[in-house]
Design a protein around this ligand. Structure first.
Ligand SMILES: Nc1ncnc2c1ncn2[C@@H]1O[C@H](COP(=O)(O)OP(=O)(O)OP(=O)(O)O)[C@@H](O)[C@H]1O
Ligand SMILES: [Mg+2]
Length: 330
């Protein structure tokens, strides 16, 4: 049986109608029972605590998008909630990264089985790699595959100029993702990570990072937390160690460029082979996002010129235009 102290607190929370405390103490009891290897009882209690709510969320995800909490001062939503549309077939990654994503999905799809053995699905993963290599896309894919909404934490809304308000905002985000089953993405995690050691920076951001890390440590909910960064070198060991999974999103290899081209050129009639060395070499050192932009540009020209087939020359022209665009940007 659960220890007397927790039981007393649980009954007190129930009697005073404090639902957050009630949930917290219930979870402590479940955890306690699980530690004692009473898995059936723990599962049963969990079903009672979450059962109705889980059904509500996962039963018909497509019509159930909860309203996100707002920043008190400015009224901005703290999370951007989306219905994911792209599946695992829409992402091309190195084998190891793909395997890691598939494992993560499997653990969440079959978390009941893990739980009955007293184990938990990994629920914190960080994606790292250069811009445009599919980190945000992967978060969408994971949400799609798990049939959950994707919530992207808006760091701009989170960090308030009002003292103490940032911590309150974070609390709201974590409460929200505890109550609603989602895939949550802390995008551009480095924006909050990089200030940690920066002595000169104003203290608020440092406090945010520490608060995020503490809340992540304490987080017991079932939402899956993802973070993405393209500056992995500035995230220190204290941050890396918080994550169960670390997944790399590198620039595509020669082979992956071929796959990306076949994905992005699906349904387009063309006058070249996708494994043509000349075609592949056009895109060396390009990211998935670069390839997509170039291909799209070339297809538009082809359509507007009433051309029946796409040619290598079209790709080259589009690439030239893309390169112009990026050099003027710099
Ligand atoms: N590995 C990939 N497989 C398939 N499509 C990709 C891949 N990488 C990028 N893309 C395409 O490029 C778009 C932009 O990529 P995405 O936003 O996921 O990159 P990112 O890694 O999050 O970049 P950033 O670090 O700048 O946020 C995607 O929506 C997708 O259409
Ligand atoms: Mg991104």
């Amino acid at each position: 049986m659960a220890n007397g102290k927790i039981l007393r607190q649980l009954i007190k929370a129930g009697a005073t109608g404090d639902s957050k405390a009630f949930r917290r103490f219930s979870e402590a009891i479940i955890e306690d029972e699980r530690q004692k290897q009473h898995h059936l009882l723990a599962n049963d209690l969990e079903q009672i605590l979450y059962g109705e709510h889980l059904q509500q969320v996962s039963g018909n995800v497509h019509s159930f998008i909860p309203n996100p909490p707002l920043d008190k001062e400015r009224g901005l939503p703290l999370l951007d909630i989306r219905q994911p549309k792209r599946s695992l077939e829409e992402i091309i990654l190195p084998e190891l990264s793909m395997l890691a994503l598939e494992e993560l999905l499997e653990e969440h799809r079959r978390s009941d089985i893990l739980r009955s053995y007293g184990m938990k699905a990994s629920n914190k993963a960080i994606f790292y790699g250069p811009p445009g290599c599919g980190k945000t896309l992967a978060a969408e894919v994971v949400a799609f595959e798990l049939d959950r909404p994707l919530a992207i934490v808006r760091l701009d809304a989170l960090v308030s100029s009002f003292l103490g308000e940032t911590a309150a905002n974070l609390r709201k985000v974590f409460d929200f993702i505890t109550e609603n089953l989602m895939v949550v993405l802390f995008d551009e995690f480095d924006a909050i990570g990089k200030e940690r050691d920066d002595q000169g920076e104003h203290g608020e951001l440092r406090r945010v990072v520490n608060a995020v890390l503490q809340m992540m440590d304490a987080y017991q909910g079932r939402s899956l937390i993802l973070a993405a960064t393209n500056h992995e070198q500035i995230l220190d060991a204290a941050i890396w160690r918080r994550f169960d999974e670390i997944i790399e999103f590198p620039l595509p290899s020669v082979e992956q460029i071929g796959y990306l081209l076949s994905l992005k050129l699906r349904g387009i009639r063309r006058q070249f082979d996708l494994d043509d060395k000349e075609v592949i070499s056009l895109f060396s050192n390009n990211s998935g996002a670069d390839i997509e932009r170039t291909v799209r540009r070339s297809i538009k020209r082809m359509i507007l010129r009433d051309q029946e087939f796409l040619t290598i020359k079209d790709l080259k022209n589009a690439l030239l235009r893309e390169n112009q665009r990026t050099t003027t940007q710099r």
